[in-house]
Design a binder for this molecule. Sequence first.
Ligand SMILES: [Cu+2]
Length: 324
Amino acid sequence: MVARSSEVRPTAVRHSASPKAGGRRGRGAGRLAGLGLGAGAALVLLTGCDVGAAFDGFGWPQGGISAESRRMYDLWIASCIAALAVGVFVWGLIFWCIIRYRKRGNELPVQTRFNMPMEFLYTIAPILIVSVLFYYTAVVQTDVEKRTPNPDVVVEIVAFKWNWQFNYRDGLGKDANTVASVLGTSEVIPVLVLPTNRSIRFEETSKDVIHSFWVPELLFKRDVFPGKIRNEFEISELVTEGAYVGRCAELCGSYHAFMNFELRVVSPEEYEQFLAAKRGGRSTQEALQSIGEDPYATTTRPFETRRTESNFNNAAGTPAGAGR
Ligand SMILES: [Cu+2]
C-alpha cells in the first residue's frame, strides 16, 4: 500500500529511486528541453521582425542616424528579447511548480537534491547566456570604436567655453590643414554640415577645460580634452538627412547648458557644394543658403548669457545675472 496518509508517515521523504519516478523525471527533462528549444525558436523568429519598434525600443532611444547607432540598437533589442525569453521560461517554471506541487497533504513531494544533470544545467546555462551576450557586446563595441586609415571626411572639433568650432581638414592628425571652418558665437549657433553615405572621422580638442561632444541621435558622446590629447572616433556613415541638436555633455562651467550646436546631415553632393562655397570665402550662412538649407540652426537657438560687466562685483547691488 502506498503511504499517502498523514497518520502513517507524517514527515516522510519519498525518495525517487523507483522506476516509476525515474520515468517521470525523464519526461520532465524532455519537457524542459522542448521548452528550451521552443524559446530558442521563438527568439530566432522574433529577431527577424522589428520587435523593437513594437515595444518602443524597450526603453532605448530610437531613430539613430549612424550605422553604428543602429547596430547598438539591434544589440539592445536582441539582448532584451533574450532576457525576456529567459524570464518567461523561469516564470513558467515557477508557476508550474506552484500549481503542480501545491500542498495536497503533509507528504513532501519528490526531492531532487544532488541531481547532477540539473545542477550542471543550473551552472552551464547562465555561463552560456553571459558568454553569448559578452560576445555580441564585444563585436558591436569593437565596431563602434573602429577607425579606418582613410576616412572620407575629417572634421576637427574644437570646444571652448562656451561654444564650438568645426574645422574641415585635408588629412588626419594635428599637422593636417584646415580647409574650411565653422565658428559658433553668442548670437549664432554653429552648424556642423556633414554628408550621408561617407565615413567621418572626428578629432576632438579643447581650448580650456574638459567638454563632451554629444549628438543624441548618434547615440554616442566623447569627451573633449584640453592639451595635446586629440580624442578621436569615427562613424562609418550617416544614414538619415536632417537637422539634429548637439550638446556639451560634460559640466564645464556656468554656461555649460548653453553650449549647443546643430548637426546638419545633407547629401554628399550638397556637402561638396557647401564646402566649395566655404572655401570660396562665403560665410556659413551663405554657404548653407547656396545648397538650399536653412541658414540658421532650426533645432536650438542662442541663449542670452547676459555676460556684462555689471554681472561681476557690482556695487549697485544688481543681482548677478540681471545684466542688460
Ligand atoms: Cu562644455
